[in-house]
Design a protein around this ligand. Structure first.
Ligand code: ATP
Length: 362
């Protein structure tokens, strides 16, 4: 069965630990994206799965078999890199057929497989052209076609769309996802683009400094970030993360001093464990409503910068404590620079993080 599992995998380069105790399992037909900032260890993790890098400790298990000591060829994985590595002197059709070379298939069988993959990847019309004569999008599809023409144990993609322009990326995301959905293979995709991860992945593993910080569905990592790092990394505009004093908790409400305001907000009962202490309160820019006047659950702020974003407007507002709060409002709602705002956070979309940075939930 097509599965990928890494157990407590660590990679050290001399004294430097690039990946630490990484655990991840990818089921048949599942697409998992490794997402994180530059240098967090995504590519190193992928290379250890591929066998291009040896794990310092831990286990790499593919299709139920421990692979630590096997060469990349023996792991029977199909990889697509950021740089397509196409054969420039071979036609598109011959490029697709290349990985079948060692399978010693009949010409008929080879042609049949090439045609089938060319059809799936919309390359039928350019089969006789050379790589220099096709577009970037077609080159990308050719790279994927070469990977899926065999029947490998699983697929690994390293920043597969980073060379494409924004529009092409958008359409390729959907196309690759559709193709992968039909193949029932375990797939790992490395990306630093959260939109790519949110749209292509069944689950996302978010990495920082060599550690996997959270693994969850796109919805889970967005709606229930495990810690301040994930909260700040996922979602645009970025979640507001405001340091606050949690004073008390009663009747399901937390009383907090936040951005110069004393407010009461309904919160998860687990938050009562923290009182009294410093907390970080996370509120996404789209999780506010603008109230007409001050009340016990609003934050006072003054509009400082207004950025139209098409259907919505992003407002950078200054609180009386001096911090900035980002708020997204519908385009129809007019706010002027300098205008006083009373921002009411939606309690269901307000996150509490303890002093250790971890989310507090029941
Ligand atoms: P990016 O998005 O920039 O590609 P990444 O998350 O894929 O980053 P890695 O390429 O996995 O990051 O690198 C993780 C860390 O390990 C980085 O600090 C990198 O400099 C370091 N590193 C990677 N390969 C080596 C090596 N061969 N020797 C020493 N350090 C390395």
């Amino acid at each position: 069965m097509s599965t990928i599992e890494i157990k407590k995998v660590t990679k050290r380069f001399g004294d430097f630990t690039a990946v630490k105790d990484a655990d991840l399992s990818v089921g048949p037909g599942e697409v998992v994206c490794l997402l994180g900032p530059s240098g967090c260890g995504k590519t190193t993790t992928l290379r250890m799965i591929a066998g291009l890098e040896r794990a310092t400790s831990g286990d790499v298990i593919i299709a139920g078999q421990r692979m630590n000591d096997l060469s990349p060829q023996k792991r029977d994985i199909a990889m697509v890199f950021q740089f397509y590595a196409l054969y420039p002197a071979l036609s598109v059709g011959q490029n697709i057929a290349m990985p079948l070379h060692y399978e010693k298939l009949s010409k008929d069988e080879t042609d049949k497989r090439v045609m089938n993959v060319a059809r799936i990847m919309h390359l039928t019309d350019v089969l006789d052209r050379m790589p220099g004569q096709i577009s970037e999008g077609e080159k990308q599809r050719l790279a994927v076609a070469r990977a899926i023409v065999r029947d490998p144990n699983c697929f690994l993609f390293d920043e597969p769309l980073s060379r494409l322009d924004v529009e092409l990326r958008h359409s390729m995301r959907g196309q690759i996802k559709e193709v992968l959905t039909g193949l029932s293979k375990a797939t790992v995709i490395v990306t630093h683009d959260q939109l790519e991860a949110l749209t292509m992945a069944n689950r996302i593993a978010i990495m920082r400094d060599g550690l996997i910080e959270q693994v969850g569905t796109p919805h889970e990592v967005f709606a229930k970030p495990a810690n301040v790092f994930v909260a700040s990394f996922i979602g645009t505009p970025q979640m507001n993360l405001v340091e606050a004093d949690l004073k008390s908790f009663g009747n399901g409400k937390a009383a907090v001093r936040l951005a110069g305001n004393d407010i009461e907000i309904a919160a998860d009962p687990a938050v009562s464990r923290l009182k009294p202490s410093k907390v970080t309160v996370g509120i996404r820019p789209r999780a506010f409503t603008a109230a007409s006047e001050k009340s016990g659950d609003t934050i006072a702020a003054q509009a400082e910068l207004i950025e139209p974003m098409g259907a919505e407007t992003l407002i950078h507002a200054r609180t009386s404590a001096g911090g900035e709060i980002r708020v997204v409002i519908p385009r129809e709602m007019k706010v002027k620079i300098g205008e006083a705002m009373h921002l009411r956070p939606d309690p269901k979309q307000t996150h509490f993080f303890g002093e250790d940075g971890k989310a507090v939930r029941a």
